[in-house]
Write a protein that binds this ligand. Structure first.
Ligand SMILES: Cc1cc2nc3c(=O)[nH]c(=O)nc-3n(C[C@H](O)[C@H](O)[C@H](O)COP(=O)(O)OP(=O)(O)OC[C@H]3O[C@@H](n4cnc5c(N)ncnc54)[C@H](O)[C@@H]3O)c2cc1C
Ligand SMILES: *[C@@H]1O[C@H](CO)[C@@H](O)[C@H](O)[C@H]1NC(C)=O
Ligand SMILES: *[C@@H]1O[C@H](CO)[C@@H](O)[C@H](O)[C@H]1NC(C)=O
Ligand SMILES: *[C@@H]1O[C@H](CO)[C@@H](O)[C@H](O)[C@H]1NC(C)=O
Length: 511
């Protein structure tokens, strides 16, 4: 490992020198004049083709127009954490399964690409504490409300009001972005949405914030902790903003893309005619020209090293310890590398017969749930269990009842042992295991959490840092649009469109 990375480094050094020599001619041309402030950038690189990278490519294309070539580097597969796998000849979502209905960028992409929402297959959830069910969803929404009210009183209402307030403020971003306003840091973006209070929500825990609005400890322990753990595999110590987003998801209105969520990524890349390179970016090196800097992207394409020059580079891949490392040369970006770590979530896709007895239903026919969340206790070996529907749902589709073999997704902190699988399932035909570096490890940042910067250098941007404020498919799309607008506004020196104070008021009076 050590030897090969050393070799890669020296080889790419030689290569970069060769590339530099080859590129002297165009460089000279760049330096001698055609670069006025109103000139378009020559070429743009995007690192990563998950939803973030695909969306940033689309938004850059929208801003700069079709004349600007965009190269997209993807080390692994298009879609990133939007991914599918095959069980018994059918495809299932193996990464992020669902999108919230208020996620307007995702909704736009689906319309734009002529995709459809997957047919909704209703199902009920319950929370299991290892011993008994502490909360069961029933058929009738009002009855659900009643039960929650019965169990937890006003806590439930306070929770709803809190989540709604956060979502309402968050939705302001769409208006700002429609008017092409951009923010140079995650803090500025959050401040414009909900003031200092919103910035503080990345510092305080979700438990602390909820206790602050009068939600009881019991409600947090029984319900909130299970939802947070099912979503992020972490405790209620995660920041309040992340928590609010996942609790918004728990209130329903979730959807998925017919044919697989990752179709959004491949669709956007195709639509923008981006040049997709299946290569790992190893380094980004700064080369000064007289006016604007030029960046050399050094990459490894199936063992062969290559490099290319760009005016703008967007890193739309999380820079964490277990990711594909990118080094920065000839300059020091304002971040410590590698930044923190990501949280492992293991997804086991099991085709088999659920052991309904384990959940207290000796007759599997009577087991009414399609998903089970586990309460946050140290001895629980799994976070959640969910009956999956395939990515294409036909009109006549029905969920497999528990007495039949079905496809289940179990999320857990570590790979399940045979004994544990035998507890959850009576028997099974197959188990496929995917280990995700799923989300930031929010706990590991210590008491004062600083959010990563967006601007790493003049023309070098980092969009994935937003995950430290909140992580979801839509957050990646929101950050992508912000970065595309920021790069555009900075390129053309449209400073009045960056970090504007009091935007809410400004846009009200403008309209
Ligand atoms: C199990 C699981 C469940 C989830 N559930 C939900 C959910 O229900 N709802 C929701 O909204 N979100 C959910 N998420 C989170 C969601 O999937 C992510 O927030 C989102 O997909 C992130 O997209 P991204 O493009 O920012 O990053 P990624 O999808 O990680 O894309 C980054 C891409 O960059 C590539 N890359 C990295 N380094 C390099 C390099 N050096 N060179 C070239 N390419 C590189 C990677 O291969 C990857 O394809 C879930 C995630 C997981 C893992
Ligand atoms: C934000 O946090 C700081 C420091 O903890 C505190 O002084 C300030 O009052 C908080 N502001 C809001 C609006 O919550
Ligand atoms: C699944 O849906 C997608 C998107 O609508 C479609 O392109 C694909 O052909 C469908 N596949 C099957 C097997 O029906
Ligand atoms: C199913 O659950 C029951 C009750 O917890 C347990 O006794 C049994 O060992 C489990 N496994 C199987 C295969 O039935």
């Amino acid at each position: 490992m050590v030897v090969s990375s050393g070799m890669v480094r020296s080889a790419s050094c030689i290569l970069s020198m060769a590339a530099f020599l080859l590129l002297t001619a165009p460089l000279l041309q760049l330096c001698t004049g055609h670069q006025g402030p109103s000139d378009l950038p020559g070429k743009i690189a995007v690192v990563g083709a998950g939803v973030g990278g695909s969306a940033v490519t689309y938004f850059l294309h929208q801003q700069f127009g079709p004349q600007v070539q965009i190269d997209v580097y993807e080390a692994d597969r298009i879609g990133g954490r939007l991914a599918t796998l095959t069980v018994n000849n059918q495809l299932y979502e193996s990464g992020s399964p669902s999108i919230h209905s208020l996620n307007l960028h995702m909704q736009d992409f689906v319309k734009l690409l002529g995709l459809r929402h997957r047919r909704d297959v209703p199902g009920k959830s319950a929370i299991f504490n290892g011993d008994q069910l502490v909360l069961e969803e029933t058929d009738w929404y009002l009855l659900n409300l009643f039960r929650l009210w019965w169990h937890y009183g006003i806590s439930f209402l306070r929770l709803q009001m809190w989540v709604e307030e956060v979502m309402e403020k968050f939705m302001r971003i769409y208006k700002y972005q429609a008017h092409e306003y951009a923010f140079s840091s995650i803090e500025e973006l959050l401040r414009s949405l909900g003031g200092e209070h919103f910035v503080n929500m990345t510092q305080k825990s979700v438990a602390e914030s909820l206790l602050g609005v009068g939600v009881t400890q019991r409600f947090i322990d029984d319900v909130i902790s299970a939802v947070i753990k099912a979503n992020y595999g972490q405790s209620v110590a995660i920041p309040a903003l992340v928590g609010a987003m996942s609790l918004a998801g728990a209130q329903g209105n979730m959807w998925a893309v017919e044919g697989g969520n990752k179709l959004v990524c491949s669709g956007l890349l195709k639509m923008t005619k981006a040049n997709v390179l299946h290569a790992k970016v190893k380094a980004i090196s700064l080369h000064s020209s007289e006016k604007k800097p030029l960046y050399e992207v050094l990459y490894d394409q199936e063992g062969a090293l290559g490099s290319e020059f760009y005016d703008l580079v967007i890193v739309a891949a999380p820079l964490h310890k277990t990711g594909y490392a990118i080094s920065f040369r000839n300059f020091q970006p304002p971040l410590q590398l590698p930044i923190d770590s990501y949280h492992r979530v293991v997804s086991s896709i099991v085709h088999g017969y659920l052991n309904s007895s384990y959940f207290g239903f000796t007759d599997p026919k009577l087991f009414p749930f399609s998903s089970i969340l586990s309460t946050d206790s140290p001895d629980s070996f799994y976070h959640s269990l969910e009956n999956l529907c395939p990515i294409n749902v036909t009109v006549g589709f029905r969920r497999k009842p528990p007495q039949e073999a079905a496809v289940w997704r179990v999320l857990s902190p570590r790979p399940l042992e045979r004994r544990e699988l035998k507890t959850l399932f009576k028997s099974y035909y197959s188990v496929q295991v995917i280990e995700w570096q799923a989300f930031p490890s929010y706990g590991s940042t210590g008491s004062s959490r600083t959010l990563p910067p967006i601007i790493l250098h003049d023309g070098l941007y980092y969009s994935s840092g937003v995950e430290w404020a909140a992580t979801s498919v839509e957050m990646s799309a929101v950050a992508a649009k912000n970065v595309a607008l920021l790069a555009f506004n900075r390129w053309f020196e449209l400073t009045e469109k960056i970090d504007q104070q009091d935007l809410l008021h400004k846009l009200k009076t403008e309209l």
